[in-house]
Design a protein around this ligand. Structure first.
Ligand SMILES: [Zn+2]
Length: 604
């Protein structure tokens, strides 16, 4: 209790300090001053003072994207009124490139840039300025000097008088200058958003002496704040226990009010949060803890345990990786584990997370078209939750859902093959120690697999094939390692073909075939054009109506056009199955199955 009160007081000092040092410029050779005199105009004014530059020209760049959100944002388009002057206030010539400004500095070591940034979007990956708050996403506000990403930098926030507080993962220059922030380099600056306004703080907590804050704009009412933070602490503790280390000096949850999505950062995360009485309900609390646990665990998985493409970042272009099914999917997997290990969800509630993830994946036609590795790679072009093909059929999957399911399979496989002496936790600890702590880099796809297989002591070919192909997943094989299996499917009276047929330019074309389906048995093939049915013409609507009118076991005859040839195929329709994907315990588990099930969600 004492510690908590002490940190609350320290936090309050930072939050409510309003004293500014007038006329003082920031320390350091690269220093920003951010002002926002008229927040209703959604415009930040930025002064960027650079000292100690060398060379006749300098290139200043705005990142094209922001860590944690895998899409090109083109932040440079929001920059207005750019000008630059030398140490004597003389204007310097510059020219614009795609996301860069090339300045003729004429060997001047000191130049000052002035520019405005229009910040109108309230989306979590964009900077925003409005009447009630400012939210600075560094990649959309701060230019960097090309070649000086590793240079220390300071940011002075010139607050408007009616705003009292700044919340960020960045350090303060000094306790009595809470509005001057420092970063050891631009990577840290870009991975540390800054929230400004009349912010409020939920009661902070400490873990092993490290303070954790939850500060935000409009955090909402109607819930027990002390209890909520005690619950969050219990979940965070389970995240830390997976790795056995705390890699930051302080951590901040930044609440930006109502909204969608959260983004992880180095020692902070930005989350939509609006409190409310739902947090005092069991389901509402578990949902919120799963969400916050996910964002928090990213502090390990993706920020430190990371694919080699995800840091150091290239801010000019997409940073492609096959491994977001691990970075995102396993993070979801761990959030479910953390909430269960902290004692908030029962075994049934814990397993129900996987029913939901598996159903989302299995009920999506995209699983027949896209692997988890492709989904990771393509996210930059198709967005984090995929998209649809021309025929209106989903041809992409979510690496969140498939990744969470594969995380579970991998964990159960390692536990089984090591007689429950090792687990996915061992993999995460090993990746953290070897690649983050010792080698200080990300891992390659091969290194990731090699660590997993080294710990399992066996081949994990099948699981990695599940990740890199669209092959059907045998969930029960892995669930049985913990004495579990999927609920048996029930047979419906409806007929089943098992071919995905798309309307391509008015013609029905087979775009995918389900494994073990009547369509497969009849040797239907992808790209077959269906030109007729039972001797008459056909389109996608009449095809599905005809199938629906049949009974399982009845036949349909299709005229197909394949690779320039016509052929006739007769298909015996199967029986549609209804699958709940509910995970149930097996009767009479053996000792190892029982031990794995028990240990899996046990508190660490
Ligand atoms: Zn995530």
């Amino acid at each position: 209790m004492n510690n908590r009160r002490r940190w609350f007081v320290a936090c309050a000092v930072i939050l409510f300090a309003t004293v500014f040092v007038s006329g003082q410029t920031s320390q350091g050779k690269l220093a920003f001053i951010v002002s926002m005199e008229n927040p209703g105009s959604h415009t930040y004014h930025i002064v960027f003072r650079c000292e100690g530059l060398r060379g006749a020209t300098q290139t200043f760049k705005m990142p094209a994207w922001s860590p944690g959100y895998y899409g090109i944002m083109d932040f440079a388009k929001n920059v207005q009124n750019f000008r630059v002057e030398d140490g004597n206030g003389q204007g310097l010539k510059w020219e614009r490139a795609t996301n860069a400004w090339k300045v003729q500095t004429g060997n001047n070591p000191a130049v000052t840039l002035h520019y405005d940034v229009l910040a109108t979007s309230t989306f979590v990956a964009n900077p925003y300025l409005g009447e009630d708050r400012g939210y600075i996403v560094g990649t959309g506000i701060f230019l960097y000097v090309d070649g000086l990403i590793a240079h220390p930098v300071t940011v002075e926030i010139k607050m408007i008088p009616t705003w009292s507080s700044i919340a960020t993962g960045l350090d303060r220059l000094s306790p009595d200058q809470p509005h001057i922030l420092t970063a050891p380099d631009f990577d840290v600056l870009y991975d540390s958003p800054i929230l400004i306004g009349n912010l409020v703080s939920l009661p902070p907590f400490e873990i092993k002496g490290v303070p954790h804050y939850f500060i935000g704009h409009r955090l909402g009412n109607g819930f027990d704040r002390e209890k909520f933070m005690a619950n969050l602490k219990a979940v965070v503790e389970q995240g830390i226990a997976v790795i056995g280390d705390i890699p930051y000096k302080h951590y901040t949850f930044l609440g930006i009010g109502a909204g969608q999505g959260g983004i992880e950062h180095l020692n902070s995360t930005t989350v939509p949060f609006s409190g409310g009485p739902a947090l005092d309900t069991r389901a509402g609390l578990i949902r919120q803890l799963n969400f916050l646990g996910h964002e928090y665990f990213h502090g390990f998985n993706v920020k430190r345990i990371r694919p080699i493409a995800l840091g150091p970042f290239d801010y000019d272009k997409a940073n492609l990786t096959n491994m977001l099914w691990v970075s995102e999917g396993f993070t979801s997997y761990y959030s479910y584990l953390m909430v269960a290990r902290a004692g908030f969800s029962t075994r049934e509630e814990f397993l129900d997370n996987f029913r939901r993830e598996i159903a989302a994946y299995e009920n999506n036609t995209g699983r027949l078209f896209q692997s988890a590795t492709q989904s990771s790679w393509n996210t930059w072009s198709q967005g984090p939750f995929g998209g649809r093909g021309k025929g209106g059929i989903s041809k992409s999957i979510s690496y969140y859902s498939k990744g969470a399911a594969l995380g579970m399979l991998l964990d159960l496989k390692i536990r089984h093959d090591t007689k429950n002496t090792k687990s996915l936790d061992t993999v995460m600890q090993t990746l953290y120690q070897k690649y983050y702590r010792e080698l200080r880099r990300g891992w390659t796809d091969e290194e990731f697999r090699s660590v997993c297989e080294g710990i399992a002591g066996t081949s994990l070919q099948e699981i990695f094939d599940y990740a890199s192909t669209t092959m059907e997943i045998d969930y029960n094989k892995y669930l049985r390692y913990a004495g579990l299996e999927l609920e048996k499917p029930t047979q419906l009276a409806e007929p089943y073909l098992g071919a995905i047929v798309e309307n391509i330019n008015g013609k029905p074309v087979i775009s995918a075939i389900e494994p073990d389906s009547p369509a497969r048995k009849a040797n239907l093939a992808t790209n077959d054009e269906i030109r007729g049915m039972n001797g008459g013409p056909v389109d996608t609507a009449s095809l599905s109506a005809a199938i629906a009118s049949k009974k399982p076991g009845e036949k349909i005859a299709l005229s197909l056009h394949r690779s320039g040839k016509d052929l006739q195929v007769e298909i015996v329709l199967g029986q549609k199955m209804q699958r709940s994907y509910k995970i149930l315990p097996l009767p009479n588990p053996d000792a190892l199955q029982s031990a794995i099930l028990l240990d899996w969600t046990r508190a660490r």
